[in-house]
Ligand binder design. Structure first.
Ligand code: AMP
Length: 328
């Protein structure tokens, strides 16, 4: 079944001379890795094709992977194929010019909230969209080319979206795909250093998180990173958001989340929800968001909604704990 759609996508890539690749807003390792990795595979295989990755959104911690392409004349989109990676819903596509493309492909591993595109390949069980791109490469290895730069892009997404090969979605297939990339060549020591070393000052912020973190009655750990805290530690919104992982190892807290005050007039907070065992995506969907079963994002407005979301998650965790045994 998937092979059929993969073949269709390959056929479309072969058919078009010009291809635009798109990804989601607030980019992360997976969407950056998948978009750059796919672009590199296409360019290596068909050097004569025009392949563009145009996105105003950038991410400081992924800057080492290199810049995106400069914007081009919008008229160029009209006879081009668009490929959107790692993006569940249209509203989250970063470069809105995807609408101008002649045909659109969607390649994604999120729970589909809505579908878009002419050719849709969604596999929710994949640990990352990069894993899908590697599986695509593996399926047509006799026709596609990859080099160590492309492998590094894709490995970046595989590592970051799977929590260094730790999360639920990691399967034997994940490891086989990772193996393909390592065989092509990835400098993992350098890559892990780039991704995971932290600044001395940032660790002080983390210490403050451990000092201020709270837990609800039934075990939802959380922290509100308000503007004052962001200013105290000189944090950008991206840096402030990155702290969600600090709460991930508290015994009994099977869900954890951070609320990042955006500082906008609408009093909004970005919420990053995480869990083990229990699935929290329905909570994210209730509060203007979505994502994966155990890693979702949402937006709430004002402290009342912060507390409402916490209350809902606490009730979900309570119910889960009462009806299951093997959590910890
Ligand atoms: P985040 O905590 O923002 O990294 O989000 C975790 C996962 O949920 C990522 O895979 C996001 O792409 C996804 N996600 C975050 N926010 C939303 C949203 N508003 N709608 C749908 N998916 C989201």
């Amino acid at each position: 079944m998937n092979k059929e759609i993969m073949e269709k996508i390959l056929q479309k890539i072969e058919e078009y001379h010009r291809i635009f690749i798109f990804r989601h807003i607030r980019n992360d390792g997976d969407c950056v890795g998948a978009s750059k990795g796919l672009k590199a595979i296409i360019q290596l295989t068909w050097p004569e094709k025009e392949v563009y990755l145009i996105d105003k959104d950038t991410s400081a911690y992924l800057a080492f992977l290199g810049p995106e392409d400069q914007p081009v004349d919008e008229a160029l989109y009209a006879d081009a194929l668009g490929i959107v990676v790692d993006t569940a819903s249209e509203s989250r596509i970063s470069n809105k010019n995807y609408k101008l493309c002649k045909e659109l492909v969607k390649i994604d591993h999120h729970i589909p909230l809505e579908n878009y595109g002419d050719y849709i390949w969604v596999e929710e069980k994949r640990s990352s969209c990069c894993e899908m791109i590697v599986a695509f490469y593996a399926a047509f290895q006799d026709r596609l080319k990859m080099d160590s730069q492309a492998a590094t892009y894709l490995y970046t997404g595989m590592v970051t979206d799977s929590g260094r090969f730790r999360y639920e979605g990691v399967s034997g297939e994940t490891m086989r795909c990772a193996g393909i990339l390592l065989d092509v060549g990835v400098d993992t020591e350098n890559l892990f250093a780039r991704l995971y070393l932290e600044a001395f000052e940032y660790l002080k912020f983390k210490a403050e998180i451990y000092r201020r973190m709270q837990v609800t009655e039934n075990g939802v750990a959380y922290i509100i990173v308000d503007k004052a805290m962001q200013e105290e530690f000189g944090l950008t919104l991206e840096m402030a958001s990155a702290c969600v992982g600090t709460l991930d190892s508290i015994r009994g807290c099977i869900s954890w989340m951070v609320f990042i005050e955006n500082g906008y007039e609408d009093d909004s907070y970005r919420v990053r929800l995480r869990s083990r065992f229990v699935h929290i995506n329905p909570i994210a969907e209730k509060y203007n968001g979505g994502g994966h079963a155990c890693a979702s994002g949402a937006t709430v407005y004002g402290m009342d909604q912060v507390h409402a979301l916490l209350k809902d998650t606490d009730a979900l965790v309570k119910e889960y704990k009462e009806t299951h045994e093997d959590w910890l």
